[in-house]
Design a protein around this ligand. Sequence first.
Ligand code: AMP
Length: 541
Amino acid sequence: MNPSRRLLLKHLAFRAAEISPRDGLVSIPPDGERFVAWPEVMERSKRLATAMVAWGVRPGDRIATLAFNDHRHIDAYFAVPCLGATLHPINVRWNLEEMVSVLEHTRDRIVFVDAGLMDRAIALADRCPWIEHLVRMGPRASDGDPPAVRSGVTISDHEELLETSDPIADWPDPEEHDVMAMCSTSGTTGIPKTVAYSHRTTCLHTMAIGLTDCMRLSGQDTLLAVVPMFHALGWCFPYACGMLGSRLVLPHRDLRPERLLDLLVEHEVTTSVAVPTVWDAVLAAVTASPGRWDLGRLERIVSGGAAPTASMIRGFRDQHGVEVIHSWGMTEINPVCTMSPAATTREEAALDPDDRLRHQQVAGRPLPGLTLEIEDEDGRPLPHDGASIGRLLVSGWWVAEEYAFGHPDGERFGADGRLDTGDVASIDDHGRMAIRDRGKDMIKSGGEWISSLALERAIGDFPEVATCAVVARPDERWGERPIAVVSIAPGASLDLATLQRRLAENFEPWQCPDDLILVDSIPLTSTGKIDKKTLRTRFLV
Ligand code: AMP
């Protein structure tokens, strides 16, 4: 195939430099806010590519990043894959052992490191003999002793590399099935699993992100990317903005709700993407200080990575006129699979707002190119009637075929191309999928399943509740029983009897939690999801 016909990132991600040359990134690292126009993004990537070529980087080499969302991380995001190498963003919230266990497989030669994480990178280089270069991403280092690092490793300054390298003349022409990035799944499921994304899967996924019925993203948008670029390729939003010419606001490390609200207002952000725990906190902060932030420019936000509560979706709609678009995905799916705006079809647009709100609470329809199915425990297909609940399988254009380095869970990739997601779902007669639970989070009590997610949704809607998680406690008589762990809103109170009485309206008595544990805060995983593993070890053994 002629290279110009191949689905290569270089054909797509730099489009903004042509069509929207005055727009670009607003990056806010600790050394100060910086606007980088799209043509400059391209220029910087080409300079970085030259520096990597000088180090002998070859197609297929793996190049890691250990960084937050900012313009320097974007340089690597664009330069590494377009050079034919493999971008490997490392989750900065992992501990050293977790990082080493992943790098033992990926064997990255170079690590681009945020200046604030240099100590961590030096410790990593100590443990990983294959690391040759650390690139310090921050303001030019002032004079002084360079940090001590094991022999055989050079430390370079990112900005200096850009200043001293000419732009590469031409990008190479990899094959579209060549790997352009690798990402490892977050800790919700235990030991990390690494997934490879090809140019082809990423291009198709990025194109789909830009469809109207996905999240109505356009070149007129200003998108605040809260979802970290080290999680599942930042859901490909850097590439989608580079494709469409949208403005991209990159907040770096500080994601406190008050700061995010300041950024939303100051940069006239129209759309943003984050996990629901972030949106819960943002909504609580804006509600606690009436009049302080005017969210009038914000049109729609994407909440994905975990289940949102109805009260959050309703709160944004009723108090701020903001549409919450629910998304479901996983690292193994590049990562977005569904988006659920309030209405996509003519039929939905005609519904009253509260009916549409019901649709926003479910994960929604798969993006074009993906297919969803549900099966019972014996592998029999279940009807799409909205009531039948079974194992969720997904197949299609950007679903991974395997873990890059194997893993016991590799069995979930079927020979027929279907991925067993590990989630439990229903699908209705309009193709809308609702996650009912994560397989391993379902609670089996007396041989019957209880959905922790359904209980979390119901309890999360109580006005007294800030955050809530429901986990299984081993039980001699029933096998497992549900326990609610709740952090309470400021000034509120809640007891077990009240919780059980209110839940009794919608749940059978046996489905209600046996215990209520009040905590100051619920532990979160490195990607901001509720950390059930820690909850179980802290409260249930
Ligand atoms: P990760 O690969 O770390 O992104 O985790 C993927 C898992 O997160 C999925 O298999 C789901 O269990 C969970 N997840 C992602 N999005 C949602 C959602 N919208 N609702 C419920 N669970 C979700």
